[in-house]
Design a binder for this molecule. Structure first.
Ligand SMILES: [Zn+2]
Length: 581
C-alpha cells in the first residue's frame, strides 16, 4: 500500500529505472505464441478437462467436463455433452481442485513496482502494529550479510496509533552497523540510521537541498529525510538495477498475479519511465518465454516534457495503435491522470479535506485536460482516466461530455479509474456517457477508517467506492488492486465489495453499497474482461479462450468470508499450463 498514487511517476523510480528502460530495444516485436491456425473442419478436442468446473456464467454455472481445441473451449457441460468432441489424441486432465475462469486484474502497475520489489515490506498488511514493524526490521537485519544495506518500503505511520516515527536513534538500536533505509508509504519521507547517513555523506552540517530536508533536533540529524531532493542523496548509495534484474522482476510480478488466479491484467501506465521501450521489453520477455499472464497495456499520455500530441506520435511511430500487439501483450488504452491520492490528500475534492482549507487540485487546466483526452480519442484509443476525488470525477466527466459527441465511441468502453468518491448525479452521467468505473476496492478495507476519522469525516467516507450504486446506474464496474498500492488479490477485493468491512475496527462502511457475491465476482471476471476488451475471457463457455485457474474452493458456491484464503494450484492460458504453484 502507498499513499502515493501508482498512476503517477515518482521521481525516484524515474531516476533509478528510467535510464535502464530507455536503453532497451524499442522495436515492438509481437511473439504470437497464442495464434494458431486450425485446418480441422470439425473441432476435435486436444484437451479435455474433467472435474468440478465453475463457469462464472450465471446461465450455466457448473459443468463436469470442458473440451478445448486450439486454445478455445469447444464444448462444456456433462461428460456426455462433450463425448463426441474427443478422440484418441485428446489429453485428459482431471485437476485436483475446482476449475474457475481465470481472474482479470484490470488496473495494476508493473514498471512503478519494480524499484522496490526486493525491499522489506513494512506495509500495514505485513505489519499490523508498530511493534511488528520494529521486529520485522530486527529480523531482517539479523538475517542479512554484513555490509549489505537494508532497504524497506511501505511504512505508513498514519495507520498506527500516535503516528510513530522511525528515528535515527531507534534504527541505530535495531542496526548499529548495517545501513538501514526505510521509505514511507507516501514516498515523501525516508528514515535512515547513522550508518546509512554516513554512507551517503550526510552529516549534521550538510545543508538541506532546495525542496528537501535532513531532519535535525538541536542541530543533530534525527534520520528523518523529507522529499525527493534529500531522499536522492540516500538513494545514490543504492545500486541501479540491471536490465536482467528488470526482466526478472517483470516475471516475478506476473507470477505473483498468477498465484492469485489471474490470467489477464491491465498495466495501467505503460511508458511512464522508459517510453516505448517498456512495451518493447514486454514483447521481448514474452518472446523468449511466454508470460504467465496476458498483459493489456494503457499507454501513458505523459513522457517527459513532450506535449500530448508528441507522446501520441511517439506511440504511433512505434506502430503502437489501438489493439495492436498479439494475444499475450496488446496495447489497448490511453491513460490520463487528473488528480492525486485521496489518502495522500492530493485527490481533488468538491469540499475541503477535514480540518483543511483545500480540497486538493487537478493535475490539468480544463483546456489541457480536453487536449490530452482529445489526442487519445482522435487516435481511436479507449481512454482510461484516473479520477480519485469527486471534483476530479466532475472535471473529467465534463470534459468527456464535451468531447464524446465529436468522437462516436463505437465500442471503446471508456473507463474512469478509482472513482473513489462520486455523487449520484455523476454516476448517472457516467452511465449515460458510456463510461464505466473501476474501483480500487481495498481503499475501503485498508483506509476506510482513516477516511472516516481523519481525512474526510464520517459523512463523506460513506461515499467511498460505490459499487452497488454503479450497478444500480446500469454500469459494469470492475475491481482492481492498483498494485503496488495494494497487493494483487482479486478475491480479497471481491470480499471487500461484498462486506465493506474495515480492517481497523471490523465495522461496515455504508452497508447500502455492499454488492451480492455474484456481482462482486463478475467485477473481477466478466466485467473486468469486458473493460479490457477481452470478451473471450472471464467466463468458461463455448468459443471462449481456455484461460482458467485451479483453486481450492469454488468462490461462486462458498462464503465470501473465506474467499481470500482460497489457494491457486495452477493456471492455464489457451488450455496450456501458465503457472504451477
Ligand atoms: Zn494506478
Amino acid at each position: 500500500m502507498t499513499t502515493g498514487s501508482c498512476c503517477t511517476v515518482h521521481p525516484i523510480a524515474a531516476e533509478r529505472l528510467g535510464p535502464v528502460l530507455r536503453s532497451t530495444n524499442t522495436t515492438i516485436s509481437p511473439a504470437n505464441h497464442g495464434r494458431r491456425t486450425s485446418t480441422r473442419s470439425t473441432p476435435q478436442a486436444d484437451l479435455l478437462v474433467v472435474g468440478h468446473i465453475s463457469t462464472g456464467d450465471p446461465s450455466t454455472p457448473s459443468a463436469e467436463a470442458m473440451a478445448v481445441s486450439d486454445g478455445r473451449i469447444v464444448g462444456i457441460g456433462s461428460r456426455s455433452d462433450v463425448d463426441g468432441l474427443t478422440g484418441p489424441s485428446t489429453t485428459i486432465v482431471a485437476p485436483d481442485g475446482v476449475v474457475i475462469p481465470g481472474l482479470v486484474e484490470p488496473h495494476m502497475h508493473i514498471w512503478a513496482s519494480l524499484l522496490n520489489l526486493d525491499w522489506l515490506d513494512l506495509s500495514h498488511e505485513a505489519c499490523p502494529t508498530f511493534d511488528d514493524v520494529v521486529s520485522a526490521l530486527r529480523s531482517a537485519v539479523g538475517g542479512a550479510a554484513p555490509g549489505e544495506p537494508l532497504m524497506a518500503k511501505q511504512f505508513d505511520p498514519s495507520l498506527y496509533p500516535g503516528e510513530p516515527v522511525l528515528t535515527r536513534d531507534l534504527l541505530d538500536r535495531i542496526s548499529p552497523d548495517r545501513s538501514v533505509v526505510v521509505v514511507n508509504a507516501s514516498l515523501h519521507y525516508m528514515y535512515a540510521n547513522s550508518t546509512a547517513l554516513a554512507a551517503a555523506g550526510v552529516t549534521d552540517t550538510t545543508p538541506d537541498p532546495p525542496g528537501g530536508t535532513f531532519g535535525r533536533v538541536d542541530g543533530r540529524l534525527n534520520g528523518v529525510i523529507g522529499e525527493v531532493p534529500a531522499m536522492m542523496a540516500l538513494m545514490a548509495a543504492v545500486p541501479m538495477p540491471t536490465s536482467d534484474q528488470i526482466t526478472d522482476g517483470v516475471r516475478r510480478i506476473l507470477d505473483a498475479a498468477a498465484r492469485r488466479g489471474v490470467t489477464s491484467l491491465r498495466e495501467a501506465a505503460t511508458g511512464t519511465l522508459g517510453g516505448v521501450g517498456e512495451l518493447a521489453l514486454l514483447h521481448q520477455i514474452n518472446g523468449s518465454r511466454r508470460l504467465p499472464v496476458r498483459v493489456s497495456t494503457a499507454q501513458f499520455s505523459i513522457m517527459g516534457d513532450r506535449t500530448p500530441s508528441e507522446v501520441a506520435a511517439a506511440w504511433r511511430d512505434a506502430d503502437v495503435t489501438p489493439f495492436s500487439g498479439d494475444d499475450m501483450v496488446r496495447a489497448d488504452a490511453w491513460k490520463v491522470v487528473t488528480d492525486g491520492s485521496n489518502q495522500g490528500r492530493s485527490g481533488y475534492f468538491l469540499q475541503p479535506y477535514l480540518g483543511e482549507e483545500s480540497g486538493g487540485k487537478a493535475n490539468w487546466t480544463p483546456e489541457g485536460l480536453r487536449d490530452v483526452l482529445e489526442v487519445g480519442l482522435s487516435d481511436g484509443w479507449q481512454v482510461m482516466v484516473h479520477t480519485n476525488g469527486d471534483a476530479a470525477v466532475e472535471f473529467a466527466l465534463c470534459a468527456m461530455e464535451d468531447l464524446l459527441p465529436h468522437h462516436p465511441a463505437g465500442d471503446l468502453r471508456h473507463r474512469f479509474e478509482h472513482v473513489s468518491f462520486s455523487t449520484d448525479d455523476q454516476l448517472t452521467r457516467m452511465a449515460a456517457a458510456g463510461i464505466s468505473p473501476s474501483f480500487l476496492m481495498n481503499h475501503v478495507y485498508f483506509w476506510g477508517a482513516a477516511f472516516r476519522d481523519t481525512i474526510l469525516g464520517p459523512e463523506r467516507a460513506q461515499r467511498l467506492d460505490r459499487v452497488a450504486s454503479a450497478y444500480a446506474a446500469g454500469m459494469r464496474p470492475s475491481l482492481h488492486s492498483d498494485y503496488t498500492v495494494t497487493e494483487i488479490h482479486p478475491l480479497l477485493s471481491a470480499r471487500t465489495a461484498v462486506q465493506r468491512r474495515l480492517q481497523a475496527d471490523g465495522t461496515v462502511l455504508n452497508p447500502a453499497e455492499c454488492v451480492s457475491p455474484d456481482q462482486a465476482l463478475a467485477a473481477i471476471t466478466t466485467h473486468a474482461a469486458w473493460q479490457i476488451h477481452a470478451d473471450d475471457r472471464g467466463s468458461l463457455g463455448v468459443g471462449q479462450r481456455a484461460d482458467f485457474a485451479v483453486v481450492s474452493d469454488d468462490p461462486w458456491a462458498s462464503d465470501p468470508d473465506g474467499w481470500p484464503e482460497i489457494t491457486v494450484s495452477e493456471t492455464y492460458l489457451d488450455g496450456t499450463p501458465a503457472y504451477q504453484g
